[in-house]
Design a protein around this ligand. Structure first.
Ligand code: MN
Length: 247
C-alpha cells in the first residue's frame, strides 16, 4: 500500500517547489528533500471528497446503505487505485523501467475515470424537492431544447443510453466546447467510449453497485427514480465553467 512517504519519494520536483514545501510539515519536507533525487516527477495525492449530504438524503430514490457503501468503499477504492497507479508510474520513470507500462496505464485510466466520475456524481445529486428533481431552468433549459429538441427528447435518450450500457458503466451528458454543444454518451467501465473533446456535466452510475441493493436487476426503475434527485443548478454551473469565449 502506498504511504505518504512513497508519494514524496517519487516527487522529484519538490526540492525547487518552495510553495509546495511550505504546505507540508517540517519532517515531511525533509523527507521530500532527501528523496527528491528520484526524479520521477511530482505526484498528486488524490483524496476521497466528502459527500455533500447525509447517506439517507436521497431516500427513497437511492437508499442510505447503497450511498454509504458506494461512497465509503467503492469510490475510496478508486482513489486508492489511482494513487497507486500514478505513484508506480513515477517510480517507473525514475527507474527507467517500463516493463509494466500497459498495466499501469490501464490502471491509471480505470481508477482515474472512476474517481473523476464519482466526484461529479455526488455533486449533481440533491435531495428530491430540495434542489433535486424537476427540470432545468434558464440557460441550461434553452441549451437542452436547442441541442436535443426538447427536455423530453433529451431525457428519453439519456435514460435509454443508461439502460443499455453493456455491463458496468455510466450515462453522461457532456459539453463539447468546439461547437458549443451538449451530447449524451455512454461509458463502459469508467473510461471507455469517450470522444475526448467533450467533458461530462451530468453523469449517472449504472454499475450494479449503484443500485442493486434496492432495485436488484431492475436498472430501468433505478434510472427513472434517479431523475428525482438530479441537481440541475449544479449541472448548469458545470456547463458554464467549460464554456470559452467564441472567437
Ligand atoms: Mn459507482
Amino acid at each position: 500500500m502506498a504511504t505518504r512517504r512513497d508519494f514524496l519519494r517519487v516527487a522529484g520536483g519538490l526540492t525547487a517547489g518552495t510553495t509546495l514545501m511550505g504546505t507540508m510539515g517540517t519532517a515531511l519536507a525533509a523527507d521530500a528533500a532527501a528523496a527528491a533525487e528520484g526524479s520521477g516527477g511530482a505526484v498528486t495525492e488524490h483524496k476521497l471528497p466528502e459527500l455533500p449530504y447525509a447517506y439517507d438524503a436521497l431516500e427513497p430514490h437511492i437508499d442510505a446503505k447503497t450511498m454509504e457503501l458506494h461512497h465509503d468503499k467503492h469510490h475510496a477504492a478508486y482513489v486508492k487505485g489511482l494513487n497507486e497507479a500514478e505513484t508506480a508510474l513515477a517510480k517507473a520513470r525514475a527507474a527507467n523501467d517500463f516493463a509494466a507500462i500497459q498495466a499501469l496505464s490501464k490502471k491509471a485510466a480505470f481508477h482515474g475515470g472512476g474517481h473523476a466520475l464519482h466526484s461529479l456524481f455526488w455533486k449533481i445529486m440533491a435531495p428530491a424537492g430540495k434542489g433535486g428533481g424537476g427540470e432545468p431552468a434558464g440557460e441550461l433549459a434553452d441549451r437542452i431544447k436547442r441541442d436535443f429538441g426538447s427536455f423530453a427528447a433529451f431525457k428519453g435518450q439519456f435514460s435509454a443510453a443508461a439502460a443499455a450500457v453493456e455491463g458496468s458503466g455510466w450515462a453522461l451528458l457532456t459539453y463539447r466546447p468546439e461547437d458549443d454543444r451538449l451530447l449524451v454518451l455512454q461509458v463502459e467501465n469508467h473510461q471507455k467510449l469517450s470522444p475526448w473533446n467533450a467533458s461530462p456535466v451530468l453523469c449517472l452510475d449504472v454499475w450494479e453497485h449503484a443500485y442493486y441493493l434496492k432495485y436488484q436487476n431492475k436498472r430501468a426503475d433505478y434510472v427513472e427514480a434517479w431523475w428525482n434527485v438530479v441537481n440541475w443548478a449544479q449541472v448548469q454551473k458545470n456547463t458554464e465553467v467549460l464554456q470559452r469565449p467564441r472567437v
